[in-house]
Design a binder for this molecule. Structure first.
Ligand SMILES: [Fe+2]
Length: 434
């Protein structure tokens, strides 16, 4: 499936509107079955009430596509600060006089009507801002799914659920390693097409030889770690990780029951599936697991090389399997259709040139790298997108999860979070020096 980089079809106004509307249908589908109370409630101190996310999607679209691109006044100037992610941190969002569910839906629809008016009048230019706003909404869908998971809403169902692949044979554990020979590769997004500022510039880098997991670590393997005293062996934990674990009395992944037999999925508890990748572990836990196995987390560069580098041709593929956009269910578990993780190695078509599986979709994978700019980084279109997060505070996660929309799940996309966070659908793949 590899070959020259696929040239994206031209961004016409009609295609942009269609994509924006499709994103909106999916956003509304997430909350269609929810009561007003569940939409307005703070389900977790880490997350916003869902009505905040929804109105924030509208405010962001109004700011970028109507006000900045279309040069029109904001629809609701009075709401701008309340729904600005920087001015209003998550912790205080539950205490604000937020719009109610009905008014929030109206706000979304009124902004969308203005966006379409602007596009009808001005077209979409180079399309960058429209793509940014579109992906912003899609990324918030994943954030809302994190909230829905933490909310533990019994019976919650997502439309479009499809069957998961059967367990692979032989069963993967996450401990089978693939050798990646030393050599240069390219990292980051090309100058063409849409990418976030932190994915650029694409650069060439030398990488020492290393080993990396063929798949993410599975529940069965992680269970062995837990039962083998993984949370009691001080020597496997970093100082910060141990302090965090002790303070919060952490003894298992975020979704697991105390008896270690079941895990929360959207809508209810399910028996712990041995072959699914472990999810809802913090960076600290991922790091401790790796150390317990005489391994470490891959660096971000190692992750991307294993996912994309085609040694024979000397080029980075756009996706592990080639340049074709992901087809959920064929290449990867993406796009919320599965409503959770799928057995590891369940999508052999998604293999990278080195034979790594599950690099896109299913679970975000913690890497050992702090979030920072690539050499020659230039902020675009605003510093607050990523530059203000650079430094030794956030760890990079790669690959997207089952809750990531296909458009967002690229091999160069960089996610980041604090090392103690577990709301993300995140697990890990281990690595080792060759
Ligand atoms: Fe946002």
């Amino acid at each position: 499936m590899s070959g020259p980089i696929a040239v994206a079809a031209p961004l016409t106004a009609a295609r942009v509107i269609e994509a924006l509307q499709e994103a909106r249908r999916r956003t509304f589908a997430l909350v269609a079955s929810m009561s007003d109370d569940d939409l307005e409630r703070v389900h977790s101190p880490l997350m916003s009430p869902l009505v905040w996310d929804l109105a924030h999607i509208a405010a962001y679209e109004d700011l970028w596509l109507v006000h900045r691109y279309g040069q029109r006044p904001l629809l609701r100037d009075d709401l701008a600060a309340m729904y600005d992610a920087f001015e209003t941190p998550r912790a205080v969002r539950g205490d604000l006089p937020l719009l109610g569910p009905a008014a929030t839906r109206d706000y979304l629809e009124e902004v969308r009507a203005r966006t379409i008016e602007v596009i009808d009048e001005l077209g979409v230019g180079d399309g960058v801002l429209h793509e940014m706003v579109l992906r912003h909404e899609q990324q918030h869908d994943e954030t809302m799914l994190q909230t829905l998971m933490l909310a533990r809403l019994p019976g919650y169902e997502l439309a479009g659920k499809r069957p998961m692949p059967a367990s692979a044979s032989p069963r993967p554990t996450g401990l089978e390693l693939i050798e990646i020979p030393a050599g240069a590769c390219t990292i980051g997004a090309t100058a063409n097409g849409f990418a976030y500022d932190n994915e650029r510039p694409r650069h060439r880098t030398d990488v020492r030889g290393y080993l990396i997991g063929r798949t993410p670590v599975t529940n069965a393997t992680y269970l062995t770690f837990v039962e083998g005293g993984g949370y009691e062996r001080r020597e496997w934990w970093s100082d910060e990780g141990w302090a965090w674990k002790e303070q919060h009395d952490i003894s298992r992944p975020g979704g697991w029951t105390a008896d270690l037999t079941a895990e929360w999925r959207l809508g209810g508890l399910e028996p712990l599936h041995p072959d699914r990748p472990v999810v809802h572990v913090s960076w600290f836990e991922a790091d401790a697991f790796a150390r317990a196995h005489g391994a470490r987390l891959p660096t971000e560069t190692e992750w991307e090389k294993a996912a994309t580098w085609d040694e024979e041709k000397g080029v980075a593929r756009r996706y592990p399997w080639g340049n074709r956009r992901p087809v959920p269910g064929l290449h990867a578990n993406l796009d919320h259709h599965g409503c959770g993780t799928a057995p590891a190695a369940g999508y052999p078509e998604g293999a990278s040139p080195y034979g790594c599986l599950g690099m896109i979709g299913d679970t975000w994978e913690w890497t050992g790298t702090w979030f920072d700019g690539y050499p020659g980084f230039v902020a675009h279109p605003y510093r607050e997108y990523s530059e203000v997060f650079f430094g030794d505070r956030y760890r990079v996660l790669r690959g997207g999860s089952w809750a990531t929309r296909t458009r967002v799940a690229t091999s160069t996309f960089r996610n980041w979070d604090f090392p103690d966070r577990r709301q993300i659908f995140a697990g890990m793949r281990i690595a080792r020096d060759a």
